[in-house]
Design a protein around this ligand. Structure first.
Ligand SMILES: [Zn+2]
Ligand SMILES: [Zn+2]
Length: 437
């Protein structure tokens, strides 16, 4: 065992030595990145503020996409747009042969009215589900776009030294509408096909800190709907009908025993939340039916299927016990964001260098992402970039999607350095290997 491990190490050493003979060493490339950062950072801050002030909802990112495409073209980067309705792909072909790597940034804002008092606060308003509401980059995707635009500028400036090709994926509609799938359907991962993909998300951790874990890092999200059918009657005589409100209340409590009593909590976490209950229209009428909708968060496909079966069984059997019926619909849900362990391992020194050593290992996050749509066929690494100002009590900070979500711009430089570094260092690590294309 030891011998074969040594043999692999020796072989890969030889490989990297022969590769580095023809390519610029990774350390030289990171020095080159550093020299270009200073000039780019004021622009990154300006782009971020501009995008923050002009947020656009999912699949409406026309202004943002135009800004990105114009910037990439000005840098001499090949642009494909629109890809996935409002997405943009940039292709930077380096001066040396090597593989292809993809960097991803999502571009959409949310129907949230901004409450942060900034000079570049969003004043955009829209109609959302029949109500007028503000639009805000409450998930911080404005930072992601500006960071990747900055990384593109840094990388375009050192094109001759880059051993391979870098694909920039500016993705629309991350917030639930399937922007990543739309881009993949339009060929974002083909011609040339990347062999790895990297992405980051701003997060309410300490500013400039990179937070990561190997394996599952963000949950798969799925929705479910339960319609409880009873029989309408007068509120004063429930015995002449079937009360779906009481049955629904029992179902909500029954569902909570799935995660706490029926699945192995020591294996991986799961969360099941009923987020909405609708039924009835006045105090003295027992309604005919109640509709409940909720979300299920899991980290394992088999566990998800098992919980889905239990949701159905719990709802149907509790309803039957009260003389009601339950119709249960559970969607097939999204994907788990899972970091490829060996790629994460190999990129850790790069991440540490880019974040000045400030890399933390974290527990899985129950939020979800559509980054794994890119990373399901090729290895992917996804990490969080802290944007909470130093000295803030992290237990009280406004999280993503809050109207008070605030991103400290001090993190932007770490973001640009990290994205540019993972791309060139991944390419130089694999420069000895031929591209898939
Ligand atoms: Zn979000
Ligand atoms: Zn987000």
């Amino acid at each position: 065992m030891r011998l074969s491990l040594f043999a692999v190490t020796a072989a890969s050493l030889l490989l990297s030595q022969s590769a580095s003979a023809q390519t610029t060493p990774a350390t030289e490339l990171s020095k080159l990145i550093e020299t270009k950062l200073t000039a780019v950072m004021p622009k990154v801050v300006a782009w971020r503020r501009d995008i923050h002030e002009h947020p656009e909802l999912s699949f409406e990112e026309k202004r943002t996409a135009a800004l990105v495409a114009e910037h990439l073209r000005a840098l001499g980067i090949e642009v494909q747009a629109p890809i996935g309705k409002t997405g943009v792909v940039g292709i930077l072909r380096g001066g040396k042969p090597g593989p292809v790597v993809a960097l991803r940034a999502d571009m959409d804002g949310l129907p949230v009215t901004e409450l942060v008092d900034l000079p570049f606060k969003s004043k955009v308003r829209t109609q959302w589900q029949g109500q007028e509401v503000g639009v805000m980059h409450a998930c911080g995707h404005d930072n992601h776009v500006a960071i990747l635009m900055g990384a593109a500028e840094v990388l375009a400036g050192m094109k001759a030294q880059i051993p391979g090709t870098i694909k920039f994926l500016f993705q629309p509609a991350e917030e639930g509408l399937g922007g990543a799938a739309a881009m993949v359907a339009d060929g974002a991962l083909a011609n040339p096909a990347p062999s790895a993909v990297f992405g980051l998300h701003v997060w309410p951790n300490e500013v400039g800190q990179i937070a990561i874990r190997q394996g599952p890092i963000m949950a798969a999200a799925g929705n479910f709907k339960i319609i409880v059918k009873g029989r309408q009657t007068h509120g004063s005589q429930p015995w002449s009908g079937v009360d779906p409100i009481v049955v629904s209340s029992q179902i909500v409590l029954g569902l909570q025993t799935i995660a706490s009593r029926q699945v192995n909590v020591a294996y991986l976490p799961s969360v099941l939340t009923v987020g909405q209950i609708a039924g009835g229209n006045r105090s003295n009428i027992i309604p005919d039916s109640v509709v409940m909708v909720g979300t299920l968060r899991t980290f394992d496909d088999n566990m998800r299927a098992d919980i889905a079966m239990r949701i159905k069984r719990t709802a149907e059997d509790i309803a039957r016990s009260g003389g009601a019926t339950a119709i249960v619909e559970i969607d097939k849900g999204g994907l788990v964001t899972s970091n490829d362990s060996s790629l994460t391992d190999r990129m850790l020194p790069t991440l540490r260098r880019a974040a000045n050593g400030n890399v933390a290992f974290i527990n899985p996050v129950m939020g979800s992402e559509d980054f794994p749509v890119f990373a399901q066929k090729i290895p992917g690494v996804f990490f969080f970039l802290g944007v909470t100002p130093k000295g803030t009590d992290l237990s009280k900070v406004a999280v993503n999607h809050s109207p008070l979500f605030f991103a400290d711009e001090g993190a932007l430089v770490t973001g640009v350095r990290t994205m540019a570094s993972v791309a060139v260092e991944y390419l130089s690590m694999n420069a000895g290997k031929k591209s898939a294309n």
